[in-house]
Design a protein around this ligand. Structure first.
Ligand SMILES: [Cu+2]
Length: 367
């Protein structure tokens, strides 16, 4: 039985009392800062249940995890202007759970910071998060109760918000890199994951580092463009030449994202992470209609990456060259939310704070 957690469930952040018991009638409990929702907007409804789970990986490793049913949790998708509604329940994670929207601007009461904007959910409890999708791009969600432990053990997933006015790439993949004990995952696996795509069509690979340390990746077999960083679309993508084994290394900071775009070539494209020699995401040219997929033979042997020989892509230098200026910021399209980053020692995670206000219809509290 799941009991709802109401606005009067108890004291919240910093000892401030919630509800009408507040000593100062001029103070509003943070749990009331829910913002306003657009009338009649489509509602994207999701249900996430935190649980203890034993995971056996593709490579045969067994780890004790905390999950939202899978590693990563369900991939959440919405369009700009939608209402994102997520019912979070805690089945049996004794340490508690919340949902924080990494890099995503939400009303304060929806921000999921245990002890700051809500109480943690204990086993048997549930809460509903509801907010308008006002930013497009690649984001992720994670627990914010003891997050150094909770995120690492598996309480995370991806969030992608699309602009319905922008055509979706023919192949649009979200791949979260994650480390859990001896396990390093690319997406949901520490093995080889093969996706088919037609030669000549466009592809977008949304890379998310869900670790609390930087991670390094390589995309082999194609030239590509870094089209977005941390959810913000770049005005001009940063071009990266085709990489062989000693090619360009993409270094993603803790919690960081990079969207890579390319045209599917007539040969495989392989994504590798430094943390695992077994994990690979491989895009192979799709069989044409006349040829059954089986005729293409066994799964390809993925390209091998050499992380010692490659050089890290310097986005600042690359964008400076592109614009003819030195040391400039990444180009920003209109409406970009500028993000700064801060290290929160208590949670052991980097968190984004927003320096540029976005239009607000409700009370927002900015970290
Ligand atoms: Cu985060």
């Amino acid at each position: 039985m799941i009991a709802p957690v109401g606005h009067h469930a108890g004291p919240i952040g910093g000892g401030a009392a919630s509800g009408s018991t507040a000593a100062d009638p001029g103070l509003r409990p943070v749990t009331e800062l829910t913002g306003e929702l657009p009338q009649g907007a489509p509602v994207r409804h999701f249900e996430l249940t935190a649980r203890q789970q034993t995971i056996t990986s593709a490579a045969g490793k067994t780890v004790e995890a905390w999950t939202f049913g899978s590693l990563p949790g369900p991939a959440l998708e919405a369009e700009l202007g939608d209402i994102i509604e997520v019912v979070l329940a805690n089945r049996d994670v004794a340490a508690g759970v919340t949902l924080h929207w990494h890099g995503y601007d939400v009303p304060n009461a929806m921000d999921g910071v245990a002890g700051g904007t809500q109480d943690t959910l204990r086993p048997g409890q549930a809460i509903t998060y509801r907010f308008e999708a006002r930013q497009t791009g690649t984001y992720w969600y994670h627990t914010h109760q003891m997050s150094a432990e909770g995120v690492r053990k598996g309480l995370y997933g991806t969030l992608v918000v699309r602009d319905p006015g922008v055509p979706r790439a023919a192949t649009d993949l979200v791949v979260a890199g994650h480390s859990l004990a001896s396990l390093t995952l690319l997406g949901s696996s520490d093995g080889v994951q093969v996706h088919e795509a037609r030669t000549g069509t466009d592809a977008r690979l949304r890379l998310v580092n869900t670790d609390s340390l930087p991670q390094r990746y390589q995309l082999l077999g194609t030239h590509y463009s870094v089209a977005a960083v941390d959810g913000a679309e770049l005005a001009a993508g940063v071009g990266v030449p085709a990489a062989e084994a000693s090619g360009t290394i993409l270094r993603l900071p803790a919690g960081g994202r990079m969207d890579l775009t390319f045209t599917v070539p007539d040969h495989p494209v392989t994504l590798r992470t430094e943390g695992s020699s077994s994990a690979a995401v491989v895009l192979v040219p799709a069989a044409d209609g006349a040829t059954p997929p089986a005729a293409h033979g066994a799964a390809p042997t993925p390209a091998t990456a050499d992380f010692r020989a490659g050089t890290e892509l310097d986005l600042l230098a690359a964008s400076g060259q592109a614009s003819g200026r030195q040391g400039c910021r990444l180009p920003e399209p209109a409406g970009t939310v500028r993000q700064s980053w801060s290290w929160t020692g208590s949670s052991g995670l980097w968190t984004a704070s927003h320096a540029t206000p976005t239009p607000s219809t409700g009370p927002h509290f900015r970290k």
